[in-house]
Design a binder for this molecule. Structure first.
Ligand SMILES: [Zn+2]
Ligand SMILES: [Zn+2]
Length: 168
């Protein structure tokens, strides 16, 4: 994800990439991307000040934590970068922005690592294939989204048995 700073025009500069995870320095084998990761970025140059914003669209193959079935999730991450030259000032930037320090000599910069950080923020910790996912039966392991097992009925029957025993 390279930008040549020497080629930037005044105003908005549009970029688009379709990349593999490795191009974005993503090496976690547990992160399964279904399609190339597509990123749109606008780099704004106003004389000496430089900033960029954009979004990344990607699709992940995840395993549902309830039913353990794999499913694809489409995700979008938004990013905003501010570029700075020279030494870091004591003031910190906006928390929604990432400050990127530039060398004094303008050249090519790779924004893959910075965009990667925003992508990783979107990866759900407990992915669920759908809100209504019924999950697996804890006793027999049946996927309750497809088939109702008989375990529940048996549990109720046992309770009735206990109640009958009390009454007797
Ligand atoms: Zn599920
Ligand atoms: Zn069951």
């Amino acid at each position: 994800m390279e930008i040549d700073l020497r080629e930037l025009r005044e105003g908005a500069n549009e970029y688009e990439w379709a990349e593999a995870p490795e191009d974005l320095h993503i090496r976690d084998p547990d992160l399964r991307f279904v399609h190339p990761i597509s990123t749109r970025m606008t780099v704004f140059k106003l004389s000496d000040s430089l900033s960029a914003s954009g979004e990344t669209n990607f699709r992940l193959r995840l395993d549902c934590v309830r039913c353990l079935e794999p499913f694809d999730l489409r995700l979008t991450s938004h990013f905003h970068f501010i570029f700075q030259k020279g030494r870091p000032p004591s003031l910190r930037g906006d928390e929604d922005e990432t400050l990127i320090w530039l060398d004094d000599e303008p050249g090519k910069i790779d924004l893959g690592k910075e965009v990667k950080d925003y992508i990783l923020l979107e990866v759900p910790i407990n992915p669920v294939c759908k809100e209504s996912c019924a999950g697996l039966c804890p006793s027999c392991g049946e996927n309750l989204n497809f088939k109702q097992c008989t375990c529940k009925a048996e549990t109720i029957d046992l309770r009735w048995e206990a109640l009958r025993a009390l009454k007797a």
